[in-house]
Design a protein around this ligand. Structure first.
Ligand SMILES: O=C(CO)COP(=O)(O)O
Length: 138
């Protein structure tokens, strides 16, 4: 599965902690991330992470483009709900596209835990079916 990892600055440590906690699961999948998040995760875990642009420079949109091609299967996006982001429209666009294409997306650690456990127990295998059949969620 293709998994996107994104965290706003004040949530990056939480995301790294989360990836370390579920390393055996994450290591079985292809990881993509916005720039700074990806570099931090890769440095902390040794995992291979494809890094797009930093979020404010278009990274959320690049991940959104993968969603629009139905290439992204799961998104972990630890947002900072207490800090305004200059690229808020990009963030909203990514959330919207995830809903259009029915891509499971967690914005906090509680939901992320459920998704990761579901992933490891094959509850997200329907995504493979969606891709195989070229369905696009609409
Ligand atoms: O801003 C972000 C997501 O909206 C994250 O970007 P970085 O991973 O480059 O910090």
């Amino acid at each position: 599965m293709n998994i996107a990892l994104i965290a706003h600055d004040r949530k990056k440590d939480d995301l790294i902690e989360f990836v370390i906690a579920y390393l055996p699961i994450f290591s079985k999948h292809r990881l993509y991330a916005t720039g700074t998040t990806g570099r931090r995760v890769s440095e902390a875990t040794g995992l291979d992470v494809h890094c797009y642009q930093s979020g404010p420079l278009g990274g959320d949109q690049q991940i959104g483009a993968m969603v629009a091609q139905n290439l992204m299967d799961l998104i972990i996006f630890f947002r900072d709900p207490l800090t305004a982001q200059p690229h808020e429209p990009d963030v909203s666009a990514l959330l919207r596209l995830s809903d259009v294409y029915k891509v499971p997306l967690a914005t906090n650690m509680g939901t992320a835990e459920v998704l990761l456990r579901g992933l490891s127990e094959h509850h997200l295998d329907w995504r493979l079916e969606e891709k195989r059949e070229g369905r696009n969620g609409r």
